[in-house]
Design a protein around this ligand. Structure first.
Ligand code: ATP
Ligand code: MG
Length: 285
């Protein structure tokens, strides 16, 4: 079995930290004694096989799951002892496979991202309106703002949820497989946006992705999970290697540098050889 690693010894600014987390559902724990310090102002990308615990980790960090051991600290406070609204002003979560209530329009869904900013004394304001419109524009859903979410395509729906999280305007944003259903151009646009939010606006992103080449291209820190443990943690140039893809995913792949973008990409070696193009002539009798 591969040894798990701990970022406990690594020192950097981190507002959101999981300390010695043991988390699960009803039966045996899924994560055992996991440490996870989210680097501030960066894009951190989690990858790992199905069932490796990525969503479980994200849910624990976002206060959806309570650890049986250890704690999650947000700005030094135990997140599970903090008020929902206070946490939601700082941290937004896009869960995996969310479902919108029937008939809810895109605008209504995105407006739900403003809930932490409302109170009895502070009703809907022009600031909320602006945040919703900006988020819809960025996620490119403004064109169907008044349509019901459940009547949209998979990719359009996914963009509505992304808009909702963006409208929340939190410093910390956790996204569980945000690229599901998106066409490649929209996936790339989304990743560029996330990098911009981190590097230009100081926001902190934690993103679960299955697209390994996107993960290697856009992560500041790439985290690899397997069987509920963090096996690798670091810059893609250090951890995105054939050996690690084998150890984490049991995937046979070459990792090469794309000569144009200079980015690392993996090419599975079990992929079939490209088919030779054969000219087929038509014989005329
Ligand atoms: N609600 C639940 N109740 C019980 N077990 C669960 C629940 N959700 C997940 N699990 C189990 O916890 C383990 C980790 O699941 P998790 O959803 O964290 O994996 P993941 O890495 O996000 O996988 P995927 O890539 O498929 O989304 C799996 O064995 C899964 O079956
Ligand atoms: Mg998951």
């Amino acid at each position: 079995m591969t040894e798990s690693i701990s970022p406990r010894s690594i020192r950097y600014a981190s507002r959101l930290q999981g300390e010695s987390l043991t988390v699960g559902y009803d039966a045996a724990p899924i994560l055992n004694d996991v440490d996870f310090q989210v680097p501030d102002g960066q894009v951190t990308i989690l990858v790992g096989p199905n069932g490796s615990g990525k969503s479980t980790l994200l849910k624990a960090l976002a206060r959806i799951l309570t650890p049986t051991e250890g704690q999650v600290l947000l700005d030094g406070q135990n997140i599970h002892r903090s008020k929902t609204r206070e946490v939601a002003k700082k941290l937004g979560l896009l869960p995996q496979g969310p479902v919108a209530p029937e008939g809810l329009t895109v605008r209504e869904l995105v407006a739900q991202g403003r809930f932490p900013h409302q109170s009895l004394l502070r009703q809907w304001s022009s600031e909320d309106e602006r945040a919703v419109n900006d988020a819809m524009a960025v996620a490119k859903v403004a064109g169907f703002a008044d349509r019901p979410v459940d009547g949209l395509s998979g990719g359009q729906r996914q963009r509505c949820w992304i808009a909702m999280v963006l409208a929340q305007q939190t410093d910390l944003v956790l996204l569980d497989e945000p690229t599901t259903f998106l066409d490649l151009k929209v996936q790339v646009d989304l990743m560029e946006l996330l990098v911009q939010l981190a590097h230009q606006m100081g926001r902190t992103l934690v993103v679960v992705l299955h697209e390994l080449n996107l993960a290697a291209a856009y992560a500041d820190t790439l985290v690899m999970l397997r069987d509920g443990a963090i096996l690798q943690w670091g810059a893609p140039s250090d951890v995105f290697t054939s050996a690690n893809l084998k150890a984490v995913f049991d995937l046979d792949a070459h990792v090469i540098r794309d000569p144009h973008s200079k980015r690392l990409i993996c090419v599975p070696t079990s992929a079939p050889e490209p088919v030779q193009h054969v000219e087929v002539g038509v014989r005329i009798a």
